[in-house]
Design a binder for this molecule. Structure first.
Ligand SMILES: *Cc1c(COP(=O)(O)O)cnc(C)c1O
Length: 435
């Protein structure tokens, strides 16, 4: 098989990720000419000789240096499996990463990475809000291991973040963990500023790592490694999987960092399974098509929502004209506004609920990034464990509705949204008549 480097090029010219998702990292000769890789549904791998088994283990356990062209041998599916290795090679292309690891879930990727890179006494500075599972892990699980999480508010300026870092015990800052755009407000965090802060507080024996959960725009529309991040994390359940039919996660970073993360994955057993890995490869073939189509529809729908008389506010990444700081971050980091829209319906929770209950084509469910459009109420669903005053500080309102736009026809989606607004409007008029 040509090397990965050669497979990604024609005449020295680098091919784009979407052109490589069908073939990269696999050769049909491995499986009777099958154009698609089979699912390597196996727990263990047969060694050609005892010597080969010994050599594989030496590498796996770090007993000797890896040769320049030496690949890790296949040993046991908790360590590595071809279905995952092909997937991981393909994942690297989107983010321009050196190496990747696939996981059983987004939370498996997040928890394994944080446990691999942190130790007792360390402090993690993190953006707020972050995904509920990450929030719990940072504040409750890490604490059991003597690791402290310190959150910073969405509108914290680089100077305010710097003051937070300066107030910590010297040498304790080990990680800046960021989710951008933030869920459900689409608030953006300046990765370049976070990267500069991480480097400023890094010392030779204590690097400060910038770790970014890139689930909302990645891997097509935002590439944090190019803006100073050390590790990129995904819930592959969302856009990467894209069909609401699997749970998976991924981590991407430099080879030395991935070595630490993969070692922790081996001992935690948090790897992806071969069948899910294969499903993800199938999803990757249409990743860009799906994300571009959904973002195109989302832009049309967001603009239409903004003009709707029953909408008080939209939270969408091309609706930032009144916020030059956010607009500047958007211009530097994002290649598209993506397909997540939040909006405030006029009224409060009752109006939001009537609207959600009236939707027909758009399904009332949490999660996001799938082919089908979904709607939910962050204040009482995904973000219900955040206290109301804290929700207010994060900009999460009782009348906020979050939409994940899928690949349906945007006119049909607006037809559905329109009739749901009408349902809210009708009930309102009737109430007024009774009053
Ligand atoms: C869904 C999600 C997660 C968790 O991923 P799972 O695959 O559900 O474990 C983490 N971060 C973000 C931003 C998410 O949306």
């Amino acid at each position: 098989m040509p090397t990965l480097h050669d497979q990604a090029r024609i005449g020295g010219q680098k091919l784009r990720p979407e052109s490589l998702m069908m073939s990269y990292g696999y050769t049909p000769a491995w499986s009777e000419g099958a154009i698609k890789p089979p699912i390597f549904q196996t727990s263990t791998f047969v060694f050609n000789s005892a010597e080969e088994g010994k050599a594989f283990f030496e590498l796996a356990y770090g007993l000797r240096q890896q040769g320049p062209d030496e690949e890790m041998g296949l040993i046991y599916s908790r360590l590595n499996n071809p279905s995952l290795e092909i997937l991981e090679h393909r994942l690297c292309l989107w983010d321009g990463a050196e190496d990747a690891a696939s996981f059983a879930s987004g939370m498996a990727a997040i928890s394994t990475t944080l446990l691999a890179l942190l130790q007792p006494g360390d402090v993690v500075l993190h953006s707020e809000p972050v995904y509920g599972g990450s929030d719990f892990f940072l504040k409750n699980v890490l604490r059991k291991f003597g690791i402290t999480a310190v959150g910073f508010r969405p509108h914290a300026t680089p100077a305010e973040m710097e003051a937070l870092a300066a107030a910590l015990a010297p040498g304790s800052l080990a990680m800046i963990f960021v989710e951008t755009p933030a869920n459900p407000t689409n608030h953006l965090i300046d990765l370049e500023a976070c990267g500069a802060l991480a480097r400023k507080y890094s010392t030779a024996d204590k690097p400060v790592r910038l770790v970014v959960d890139n689930t909302f725009l990645g891997p097509v529309f935002q590439h944090p490694l190019k803006h100073g991040a050390d590790v990129v994390l995904y819930s592959a359940t969302k856009f990467l999987g894209g069909h609401s039919d699997l749970i998976a996660g991924a981590a991407l970073a430099s080879k030395p960092l991935m070595k630490e993360i993969k070692a922790m994955r081996t001992f935690m057993g948090t790897m992806c399974d071969p069948n899910t890995g294969w499903m993800l490869m199938r999803s990757l073939e249409t990743l860009k098509l799906r994300m571009e189509r959904a973002a195109h529809s989302a832009q049309i729908i967001a603009d239409w929502l903004r003009a709707h008389p029953l909408v008080a506010n939209t939270y969408y990444l091309t609706h930032l004209e009144h916020n030059p700081v956010q607009q500047d971050i958007y211009r530097r980091h994002c290649l598209s506004p993506g397909s997540m829209i939040s909006f405030d319906i006029k009224g409060g929770e009752p109006e939001a609920f009537r609207f959600l209950n009236a939707l027909r084509l758009i399904k009332l469910a949490v999660s996001l990034g799938g082919t089908e459009s979904l709607a939910e109420h962050p204040a009482t669903m995904t973000h219900s464990d955040i206290s109301v005053p804290e929700q207010a500080e994060m900009g999460i309102t009782a009348q906020m509705i979050r939409l994940s736009i899928g690949v349906e026809d945007p006119q049909d989606l607006m037809l559905d949204l329109s009739q749901a607004f009408e349902a809210v409007g009708m009930v309102k008029t009737r109430e007024l008549e009774l009053a």
